[in-house]
Design a protein around this ligand. Structure first.
Ligand SMILES: Cc1ncc(COP(=O)(O)O)c(C=O)c1O
Length: 413
């Protein structure tokens, strides 16, 4: 069995099958490029996440799907049916979640740099919970509520920056003072101002009910020590907030759990993390009713593949290229944006055979437009279908019409 096979993605009969159907058949019937997502794999990822917390946390667990990872309506509907919540970051995401049937009471709006129009649309949706990402955001929130929604109950989470962050790339480390490449981190409220933010929110008539943090994305085993330390910091801060008289109902630890993208990846020990977190909160803060997590990648990344067709094989200066009918920046931009991002590529039409290093290159006018560099691949023939794995998260949701190429369609099966 290949390391990447799962409930939705299997090698059988000499072909790659997604949700029981060959990639060739998907490509023939729907065209390429095409995103195919497996329902069964998403459900199994969700079940694993819940099972990880169950032994140590008997209170409510809110799995708030970070829909920025993939807002495909079929996926939203699937997760809604399973009792998930939503982490939305823009008014359009909130509307998409509502259209998929999520009640506003199960949507947490965690946007950053929100302006008057964003806040207006959030307040207009009764029951929505809003996370304040800056102490400086609270006066703006207060003035809009007072002027346009007087007396409206609005539940608020305070997003803080615990001074520690962790992620697979500097661009997605979202807590701490500066990221690994020196970029100042814009998210959350610094430790010394958290209480002030709670007080300001309450004084302005909001109901501050939660404390929120998000440390970064794509955690591996190497991130474990830092993220566990941040659990302790969250608990200390929650204790301070509760002692100051606030009725905290929920601690939201954000997302970041990394799915497996590569065979040699040191996998994040989810079960150990969930057990540590659940026990620590239950012991230290018996009044907390709910823990929230905001998985994006973990739920959907390995449930999706991007199918592309080989236009031709090219050799130049000793390098073999499979030139395909999709681009990275416009279709699955992770490898183009984040140097370390890796996507396993499989010759879906002919997976078995002698493999040679092939660079899978897209159709955009950028040298960085490669899905994989020198990946061992059964030498593709023109017309064959390649599957770019791990494409269920931050693929279509980050896609664009760069070079005026149309955006690839999606199917959930
Ligand atoms: C606030 C917040 N929560 C959750 C996530 C989801 O992260 P991941 O997909 O790594 O789980 C993100 C990602 O950017 C985020 O900004």
């Amino acid at each position: 069995m290949a390391w990447w096979e799962n409930e939705g993605l299997k090698l059988s009969g000499g072909k790659l099958r997604i949700a029981g159907r060959t990639a060739d058949a998907w490509a023939a019937s729907q065209g390429t490029p095409l995103f195919v997502y497996s329902r069964r794999r998403i459900l199994s990822n969700l079940a694993r996440l819940r099972a990880a917390f169950a032994p140590a946390w008997s209170g409510e667990l809110r799995v708030c799907y970070a829909m920025k990872a993939n807002p495909f309506p079929g996926i939203l509907g699937l997760l809604r049916g399973e009792g998930a919540w939503i982490d939305a970051v823009s008014p359009r995401e909130v509307r998409a979640a509502r259209a998929a049937g999520f009640p506003s009471s199960r949507i947490l709006f965690t946007g950053t740099s929100l302006g008057p129009a964003d806040l207006r649309s959030a307040f207009a949706m009764r029951g929505l919970t809003i996370a304040a990402d800056a102490a400086e955001m609270i006066p703006l929130m207060a003035s809009i509520r007072k002027r346009e929604f007087p007396g409206r109950t609005v539940r608020v989470f305070i997003r803080w920056n615990p001074g520690l962050g962790s992620g697979f790339n500097p661009k997605v480390i979202t807590a701490g003072e500066r990221s690994a490449d020196g970029t100042p981190i814009k998210f959350g409220i610094e430790e010394g101002r958290v209480l002030e933010a709670f007080q300001a929110a309450a004084a302005a008539g909001f109901r501050p009910v939660g404390l929120h943090q998000h440390l970064g994305s794509g955690w591996t085993a190497d991130d474990y020590p830092t993220v566990v330390q941040a659990v302790d910091r969250m608990i200390d801060m929650a204790r301070t907030v509760i002692r100051s008289g606030f009725d905290l109902e929920c601690l939201d630890f954000g997302g970041g759990f990394g799915p497996r993208y590569a065979e040699d990846q040191r996998i994040f020990p989810l079960e150990r993390y969930a057990r540590t977190l659940g026990r620590a909160v239950a012991k230290a803060l018996p009044g907390i009713r709910a823990i929230a997590v905001e998985p994006g990648k973990f739920l959907v990344a390995d449930a999706g593949a991007l199918l592309v067709r080989v236009n031709y094989l090219k050799k130049s200066y000793g390098n073999w290229f499979a030139c395909v009918d999709a681009g990275t920046f416009n279709t699955l931009p992770r490898t183009a944006i984040y140097g370390q991002a890796f996507h396993q590529i499989v010759n879906a039409s002919r997976p078995a055979g002698r493999k040679v290093p092939v660079t899978v290159a897209g159709h955009l006018c950028e040298t960085g437009d490669v899905f994989g560099k020198d990946q061992p691949l059964v030498v593709p023939r023109p017309g064959e279908v390649l599957a770019i794995l791990g494409a269920g998260a931050y693929g279509r949701s980050m896609a664009s019409e760069f070079n005026l190429r149309p955006i690839a369609p999606e199917v959930l099966a």
